[in-house]
Design a binder for this molecule. Sequence first.
Ligand code: FAD
Length: 146
Amino acid sequence: MSKTLTSLVYYSRNRILGSPELVFQEVHRILEVSRINNARVGVTGALLFNSGCFAQVLEGPQEAVEATFERIQRDDRHGEVSLMSVGPIADRCFTNWSMAFVGASQVDADRFGGIAGESGFDPNRMTGDRVHAMLYNLTLEEEQAT
Ligand code: FAD
């Protein structure tokens, strides 16, 4: 397996239907499976769910990140999956997280709403670096709060 570390950022639209409680239950099921699978193949990262959208950072060995993203793209629980950035990295940013989760708090909602609002919710106008930085900062804040 290649030792090159890769980071990938994408954005997608939620397709899970039902009440907010049911949607959050399904998102938590996604997280449970993700944490098990990612830990197995050395993938770390963060997932944001908010305002009907997902944004996710995946980092790890290139082949593992690509295989994980292939599965994610085929998942009917979201759609319009837009790759925002992908490329080699020297070091991981989410070392402690097989998949951190942000998006449940009002602070997260406001921060994501601000970035998404500026771009008119057009993923093509949101940069991967900006979304990566937002997920990194929110994850650090959650880590410090616990
Ligand atoms: P199986 O569990 O065998 O499922 C077969 C197919 O059905 C797959 O296409 C799967 O995507 C889809 N599927 C599974 N459950 C449901 C369901 N309840 N409703 C609709 N379709 C379903 N997986 C990771 O391993 N790591 C991640 O970081 C990760 N992040 C994700 C982020 C988002 C926003 C979403 C929506 C999914 C994410 N997943 C992640 C889940 C991923 O898409 C796969 O479901 C999971 O990896 C299991 O893959 P599998 O091929 O073993 O699928």
